[in-house]
Design a protein around this ligand. Structure first.
Ligand SMILES: Cc1cc2nc3c(=O)[nH]c(=O)nc-3n(C[C@H](O)[C@H](O)[C@H](O)COP(=O)(O)OP(=O)(O)OC[C@H]3O[C@@H](n4cnc5c(N)ncnc54)[C@H](O)[C@@H]3O)c2cc1C
Length: 490
């Protein structure tokens, strides 16, 4: 039974939508965009499509309606963050099998944006751990969707960026949690060897609970496997929580010069959000002071107008990620969480887009080595993140990890490319090349960041007929923006 106050909130939204829907019949259509007054999006592309849209305020949909430990499910409203969800489920001894790494990612954003993490080699995407949703259609109707009810919509909605309807409730599966994660770090002088190793681990019959990797340079890569366990080992324990602590990628970088396996433990909570402080390594760029000055003067305040993009000399200077020192990390700790960093980024989205690559590409495992070989040279952005993802054969129109019906492979490798290229050219040009390369290899990108496809190129990748069937089913036309209006926005 749905929680009383949840039902009241949804009824209120339904009324507003019905009014919009009726008004749209008598005049030119006006789109509706969801608004959250309290949280900052982890999606880096601009939100220019929202400018003329009416707003539907979703801020209040931020409650965990129920945690049922017998059925092992949580009923969750969409604006609950993964941090709030994890804190609540951990107090019952459970976690969601996939917890995206930034604390402020919301359940709605993770489902609509195709989120994944280091347990994705076992579970797939965040939507793959959900067993039902409640969706508000454009005409105000409420639909419950699951593998048994409106299954086409249940699968199709993942990664659709809200273009079929507004998610108002998600039923999320839970698994038992333990207090610690035992981590084993494997070091490689050749990133291709590291890739082959992570692929072998992902394919094992009993793979580790967690699996990801960081490529620091053309001759240094680390693969990290994690196993949930209850007792603290007599091993070193790393926590990114103390103000002065190294950021996780720095910590891994420091131990990566070893030649033997390194082992340590982290608490499960610290492990799940290990990349939050510094947002992987993105926050470190602010320690290039000339870059910071440019970002503030040109990007945020718009009072300084040097050359539009970085010059060749600046690219050379800024390409190497600086190492934030202990004083900087300690003094600026609260400003370097992912939430604070995204708040800054949204003040200058276009400025960032034109200078820094923030992209994730999901490549079929048999082509991953070729893709890696190419990107080690061009764009040559380091560090680089590796994360294997179990593919899906369900009809998930926009899933980055959608398996072709005929092929028999199981995993994709997600390549996270976050930073500056190694040479001087436009970020648009590099991204277009990467988009084309991924497509030629049967891969897809995660659509949270800037895409350069034309609409025709986009619909060459994703099935438009299947999309339109679902848009009609949810009375979305004229109310919810089409996906291309969102993901191709400049
Ligand atoms: C550097 C970087 C690295 C990243 N790495 C990863 C990664 O490793 N793994 C990963 O999973 N993700 C990663 N992301 C992306 C992130 O997971 C997605 O951007 C995610 O969708 C953001 O969640 P959010 O809660 O901020 O969503 P929002 O930005 O708030 O929303 C995303 C979209 O979903 C729609 N939406 C949100 N809520 C609803 C709802 N209730 N109903 C209908 N539509 C809704 C919004 O309209 C919007 O179009 C990364 C992002 C960055 C910047």
């Amino acid at each position: 039974m749905r929680h009383f106050s949840h039902s009241k909130k949804v009824e209120h939204l339904q009324q507003q939508l019905r009014t919009f829907f009726e008004q749209n019949k008598s005049k030119e259509s006006s789109f509706v965009a969801l608004e959250d007054r309290l949280r900052h999006s982890n999606t880096t592309r601009t939100k220019s499509y929202k400018q003329s849209a009416a707003r539907l305020d979703f801020t209040s949909l931020d409650c965990i309606v129920e945690i049922d430990t017998k059925k092992r499910i949580a009923l969750v409203e969409p604006r609950v963050t993964v941090q709030e969800l994890t804190q609540a489920t951990l107090s019952h001894g459970f976690i969601a099998p996939i917890v995206p790494e930034f604390k402020g990612i919301t359940v709605g954003g993770a489902i609509m944006g195709g989120a994944a993490e280091s347990s994705s080699h076992r579970w797939g995407g965040f939507n793959d751990i959900c067993s039902a949703y409640e969706i508000l259609c454009g005409n105000g109707d409420l639909l419950r969707v699951s593998p048994q009810e409106h299954s086409d919509l249940f699968y199709g909605i993942a990664g659709s960026y809200g273009s079929f309807g507004a998610l108002v409730l998600a039923e999320i599966q839970l698994v038992p949690a333990k207090e610690f994660v035992h981590l084993r770090y494997h070091f490689f002088p050749d990133p291709l060897e590291a890739l082959s190793f992570i692929q072998q681990l992902a394919q094992m019959e009993n793979p580790p609970d967690f699996l990801d990797g960081i490529i620091f340079s053309k001759d240094r890569a680390v693969i990290i496997e994690g196993t949930i366990q209850s007792k603290e080992h007599p091993l070193p324990c790393f926590s990114p929580q103390p103000l002065h602590s190294e950021w996780y990628y720095q910590h891994v970088n420091n131990i990566s010069t070893r030649s033997h396996i390194y082992e340590e433990v982290m608490t499960l909570y610290d492990y799940l959000f290990r990349y939050d402080q510094g947002a992987f390594w993105m926050g470190a760029y602010l320690f290039h002071f000339p870059l910071l000055a440019r970002f503030i003067g040109q990007g945020i305040l718009n009072i300084w107008h040097p050359e539009e993009s970085f010059s060749a000399e600046e690219v050379q200077r800024f390409h190497q990620v600086p190492i934030p020192n202990v004083v900087g990390r300690t003094l600026f700790h609260p400003f370097l969480t992912s939430k604070s960093l995204w708040k800054l980024l949204h003040k200058a989205e276009k400025w960032v887009q034109e200078r820094i690559i923030i992209q994730d590409f999901c490549i079929p495992e048999m082509h991953a080595a070729r893709f890696l070989q190419d990107i080690l040279e061009d764009p040559g952005t380091f560090p680089m993140w590796l994360c294997p993802i179990k593919g899906t054969k369900q009809p998930q129109i926009f899933a980055p990890h959608l398996l072709p019906t005929k092929d028999s492979f199981k995993h994709f490798i997600n390549f996270g490319i976050y930073g500056l290229p190694s040479y001087y050219t436009s970020i648009a040009k590099i991204t277009k090349q990467l988009e084309a390369k991924a497509k030629n290899m049967g891969g897809r990108k995660v659509l949270y960041s800037r895409s350069y496809y034309t609409p025709d190129e986009f619909w060459n990748i994703y099935s438009r007929p299947a999309y339109e069937v679902l848009r009609a089913k949810t009375s979305a036309n004229g109310i919810w923006h089409e996906i291309t209006a969102k993901v191709l926005s400049e």
